[in-house]
Write a protein that binds this ligand. Structure first.
Ligand SMILES: Cc1cc2nc3c(=O)[nH]c(=O)nc-3n(C[C@H](O)[C@H](O)[C@H](O)COP(=O)(O)OP(=O)(O)OC[C@H]3O[C@@H](n4cnc5c(N)ncnc54)[C@H](O)[C@@H]3O)c2cc1C
Length: 579
């Protein structure tokens, strides 16, 4: 085992990870040694696929304000967002958009050279800044280029982390496998930032990349860190049939319509004033209600029912300028030119609102009250509670950027003052982890990780989708429990040392199964419908009993202890959502 020493270890190189690396480096004036770890080449991080844009108030003269952005976000969250965190988000998002401008992101501009903003769901006014429909790619390219110039930051591409190591409740190190060689490594660090993205891959029908397996969340959970609001998984209304590839909300922001099998714009029955630009939870429920009423269209090849996204009335030049990737995707995947034909879409797992329980500074919590010293979470893996029960589109990239700066600075301050860890205890923990991986590789027979993952995806797609029922959730829980047992005897058939993707897949599968169990447990307990969690038996939001966050802590090898923590309300009292 190789041992490497850094001041800060950042697990993840998406927009959250890279932003925090840059700000940690700036804050320490280049003095701290920083490691950024990614299980694939950093530029393949999931953030590159973000399409529609990043939210922030740029122009006050046009009727927009931070207060309106906060209100939209809180109402969109179905009042589960922590309002102090939302206020922090909207106050700082404009500064971060300018920061990205300065490091080279080519934001779309009008003929007057002013940065343009497009409409997004649940936002009262166009406030989403964009770079065509490839926003994430341009942001990642700028971040990567910038980070490469920082002499104190080392990037570990294609290193897979298997454990976060703590010493007496304090950050100590990260254990990882170099995928190119299978060499095992320990990175010692005084500060750890977890930035490993979401876990939508618990579903088969999802917009997210193969890498979105919630590893960092599962590692934190096993290390004793609590998770928050895991039952809230966002279903984006427009997943392309049958692949699940995202058709960005920008398509509706630019004027696209949703139609049922009668050709009717059914959103007027569900959100008369916002229509196709209502929040995602409301549109996804509406689509599934239409399908339930027999107003869906059957896609014979996949057996899935869908509705139509209609862009035919949009100016062709507008599609070419603002939605080039969507056009490319529909032509390549289905042979559909969106200016001539409608696009078949249905709700698809897209974003995970829940994740590592943090305070407003992104500092991870061991349980409801105690911090995990020296550990922060940022981006989709962290639940700082700005999205609550339903994220508004384009708020994730602002969250990654705003908290990237916050946690980068906090982690740097900690690393500059913290004492060194007990090396002996840490090395013993690392040796145990090395033994666990070696035993896994030595196992000759056992459960097939691909079968486990296939079954998990089937359970989640069929039983834990847009509308949930108690008996179906119980069925899912039972199935997941069985899969968790199978994970104990998972086998890696490929014994090679070079790019052993079979080993990586087995470890990711165990992480997914562990997290799915927490999702289902939280969903079963929450007896109301709020945002992305819609229960057939409890169709209404119930603020009296359920205006609270779900907090999950791992108990023993398979137990899940659920408790609740209050939602922070500053100015906006919960009210009925009308769009
Ligand atoms: C198709 C699509 C389009 C989207 N468009 C938008 C949009 O327009 N606007 C918006 O606000 N949001 C959008 N989102 C959401 C947004 O893209 C994500 O929430 C955000 O990019 C997540 O960034 P992140 O930094 O948290 O993590 P990611 O970009 O997911 O990066 C995770 C990092 O962690 C690393 N990692 C994970 N596990 C391990 C491990 N075990 N060992 C080592 N490294 C590990 C990965 O290698 C990677 O570097 C979109 C989502 C999808 C699916």
């Amino acid at each position: 085992m190789e041992i490497l020493r850094y001041d800060i270890a950042i697990l993840g190189s998406g927009i959250g990870g890279f932003t925090s690396a840059i700000h940690a480096s700036h804050h320490s004036k280049g003095r701290l040694k920083i490691a950024v770890i990614s299980k694939m080449h950093a530029m393949r991080s999931h953030s590159v696929s973000a399409e529609g844009g990043i939210s922030g108030v740029l122009y006050h003269g046009k009727g927009d304000s931070e207060s309106l952005h906060a209100y939209d976000t809180i109402k969109g969250s179905d009042y589960l967002a922590d309002q102090d965190a939302v206020e922090l988000l909207v106050r700082n998002a404009p500064k971060e958009i300018k920061f990205f401008e300065h490091i080279g992101v080519p934001w779309n501009r009008g003929d007057d050279a002013i940065i343009q903003q497009r409409a997004f769901g649940g936002m009262s006014i166009p406030r989403t800044v964009f770079a065509a429909d490839k926003t994430g790619f341009f942001m990642m390219r700028a971040l990567y280029d910038y980070t490469l110039q920082l002499k104190n930051v080392d990037i570990f591409h294609e290193n897979f982390a298997t454990a976060i190591l703590m010493n007496k409740g304090r950050a100590a190190g990260i254990f990882m496998i170099d995928l190119a060689t299978r060499e095992m490594k320990l990175i010692e660090a005084k500060s750890i930032i977890i930035a490993t993205g979401g876990f939508s891959k618990i579903y088969g029908f999802t917009t997210t990349s193969h890498s979105t397996t919630g590893d960092g969340i599962a590692l934190a959970y096993r290390a004793g860190i609590s998770l928050k609001d895991m039952e809230f998984v966002q279903f984006h209304p427009t997943g392309l049939i049958p692949s699940g590839i995202l058709i960005t909300e920008a398509a509706r922001g630019e004027g696209g319509y949703l139609r049922n099998s009668d050709g009717r714009r059914f959103m007027e029955d569900y959100a008369k004033s916002h229509m196709e630009l209502a929040p995602r939870d409301i549109i996804s429920r509406a689509i599934m209600t239409e399908i339930g009423k027999g107003k869906g269209v059957l896609h014979s090849e996949s057996g899935l029912e869908h509705v139509w996204l209609d862009l035919r009335h949009l100016d062709k030049a507008k599609i070419d300028e603002r939605l080039p990737m969507i056009k490319d995707i529909t032509i390549k995947m289905l042979g559909i030119d969106p200016s001539k034909e409608q696009i078949p879409v249905r709700p698809v797992a897209h974003f995970t609102m829940g994740g590592i329980n943090t305070d407003i500074d992104g500092h991870a919590m061991l349980n409801g009250k105690r911090h995990a010293d020296g550990i922060w979470a940022v981006g989709e893996c962290g639940c700082v509670s700005v999205h609550g029960a339903n994220r508004l589109g384009s708020n994730s990239l602002s969250q990654c950027s705003v908290w990237g700066r916050i946690v980068g600075i906090e982690a740097a301050k900690n690393a500059m003052s913290a004492r060194s860890n007990d090396a002996k205890a840490l090395h013993m923990q690392a040796e145990e982890e090395e033994m666990r991986i070696t035993e896994l590789l030595d196992r000759k027979t056992g459960s097939d990780p691909y079968e486990i993952r296939k079954e998990l995806n089937h359970l989640m797609d069929s039983l834990v989708y847009v509308y949930r029922k108690t008996n179906e959730l119980k069925k899912a829980r039972k199935g997941i429990e069985r899969l968790r047992k199978e994970c104990d005897s998972i086998v890696v058939n490929d014994k090679s040392s070079v790019f052993n993707t079979n080993l990586r897949d087995a470890l990711e599968t165990s992480n997914l199964v562990e997290l799915a169990a927490v999702v289902v447990e939280g969903a079963l307990k929450r007896k109301e419908s709020r945002g992305a969690h819609a229960m057939v038996e409890y169709p209404k939001r119930d603020d009296k009993r359920w205006l609270k966050h779900t907090v999950a802590v791992k108990k023993g090898s398979r137990g899940i202890s659920i408790s609740y923590s209050p939602v922070k309300i500053t100015k906006w009292q919960p009210e009925e959502r009308k769009y």
